[in-house]
Design a protein around this ligand. Structure first.
Ligand SMILES: [Zn+2]
Length: 312
C-alpha cells in the first residue's frame, strides 16, 4: 500500500492506493492562500496516519503530486503562483520522519500521466501523452515506460506552447499559450466578451457555457467550436512532434468532451500529413478526478518500485 497526496492550488487530498491502483480516500482539505504550508502538510500526515489505522495497513512508500514547478529529486517546491508561501518548502521531510519510508515527489500532471499509463487510458501504449484541461493545461509525456524529464529534471510545460503568436500575452512570457485559449477560464472569458451588449455572462463558468452550447446557444456554440479548434492545434503539434500511440485527455473541461473532440480531431486530420496521425489514438483519460492522487502512488512505483514490470 502506498500513501498518496495530491497538492493543488485550492485543495490537498490524501489516500491509500493498492498495487492495482485502487484508491481509498482518507482526507481532503483546503490549501487557501492563507494556509501555511507546514500546517497543511501536518494535516495530511494526520490524515494518512488515521487512514492506516482505520484500514489496518502500513505504508511501503509515499507519493506526492504537486501543482507547478517542484524538484522531483529534492522534493522542494519552486515558485508556484497558485501556492504563495510554499516556495522552498521540502514536501518530503514530515512524511519521511513520521513514516520512515521513501517519498517520491512529481509535478501533478506528470503523476497523473504515470497513473494513467499504468492503470488507466495509457495501458499498453509505448509512447503516451496525458493532457489535463481545467483551469489551465498540464501534460506529462511517457516514452518507453519512462517519464520524460527536461534538463535538471524539469517538467516540460506543454500547456504553454504558443498556439497563436498574435494571441494574448501569458504570465509565462509567451503569447497565445495553449491554456490561454482552451482552458475553462479561457472559454468562459471569450464567451463573456462575445455576448451582445445587454446580455450578462455574470456567474457563467465553463461548465455553464458548455451547457448553453449543448442547448444550441449560438455564442456558446461559437466559444466551444473555437476552443475545440485550438485544442486540435495543440494536439496536432503533439502528434507531429512526438507521434505517440495514445493521447489521453482529462480535467474538468473534458466532462463536456463530446463538444470538443470532433472539431479537435478534424484539425489533427488535416494538419499532421507527414506523420501516421491515424495511429495516434486520442481518447479520454480513465482515472477520473482522482488521476493525480492515484498517479502520486504510481510516481512512487515508477521511482522506487516496479518500474521494470510496467509495460515499457
Ligand atoms: Zn504561457
Amino acid at each position: 500500500m502506498i500513501g498518496a497526496i495530491d497538492i493543488g492550488g485550492t485543495k490537498i487530498a490524501t489516500g491509500l492506493v493498492d498495487s492495482e491502483g485502487r484508491l481509498i480516500e482518507t482526507g481532503r482539505s483546503e490549501t487557501g492562500a492563507q494556509s501555511r504550508a507546514e500546517a497543511v502538510l501536518a494535516d495530511a500526515v494526520q490524515q494518512l496516519l488515521s487512514g492506516c489505522r482505520t484500514h489496518g495497513v502500513t505504508l511501503e512508500g509515499i507519493g506526492i503530486a504537486c501543482t507547478g514547478p517542484v524538484d522531483p529529486t529534492t522534493g522542494v517546491v519552486g515558485n508556484v503562483d497558485l501556492l504563495p508561501g510554499w516556495c522552498g518548502v521540502d514536501l518530503t521531510r514530515r512524511f519521511r520522519e513520521t513514516f520512515g519510508v521513501r517519498v517520491a515527489v512529481e509535478n501533478d500532471a506528470d503523476a497523473a500521466a504515470l497513473g494513467e499509463f499504468r492503470w488507466g487510458a495509457g495501458v499498453g501504449a509505448k509512447r503516451f501523452v496525458y493532457v489535463t484541461i481545467s483551469t489551465g493545461i498540464g501534460a506529462g509525456v511517457i516514452l518507453d515506460g519512462h517519464l520524460y524529464r527536461g534538463v535538471d529534471g524539469s517538467h516540460p510545460e506543454i500547456g504553454h506552447q504558443s498556439i497563436d503568436a498574435s494571441g494574448p500575452r501569458c504570465y509565462c512570457g509567451a503569447c497565445g499559450c495553449w491554456e490561454s485559449l482552451v482552458s475553462g477560464p479561457a472559454l468562459a472569458g471569450w464567451f463573456a466578451v462575445q455576448l451582445p451588449a445587454g446580455d450578462s455572462a455574470a456567474g457563467l463558468d465553463a461548465a455553464s457555457v458548455c451547457r448553453l452550447a449543448a442547448e444550441g446557444h449560438p455564442v456558446a456554440r461559437g466559444a466551444v467550436e473555437r476552443a475545440g479548434r485550438y485544442l486540435g492545434v495543440g494536439l496536432s503539434n503533439l502528434v507531429t512532434v512526438l507521434c505517440p500511440d495514445v493521447i489521453a485527455l482529462g480535467g474538468g473541461l473534458m466532462r463536456s468532451a463530446a463538444l470538443f473532440l470532433d472539431p479537435a480531431r478534424a484539425v489533427v486530420a488535416r494538419s499532421c500529413g507527414l506523420v501516421p496521425w491515424r495511429r495516434t489514438e486520442i481518447r479520454l483519460a480513465g482515472l477520473g478526478a482522482d488521476s493525480a492522487l492515484i498517479g502520486a502512488a504510481q510516481a512512487w512505483h515508477h521511482r522506487f518500485g516496479d518500474r521494470l514490470r510496467s509495460r515499457a
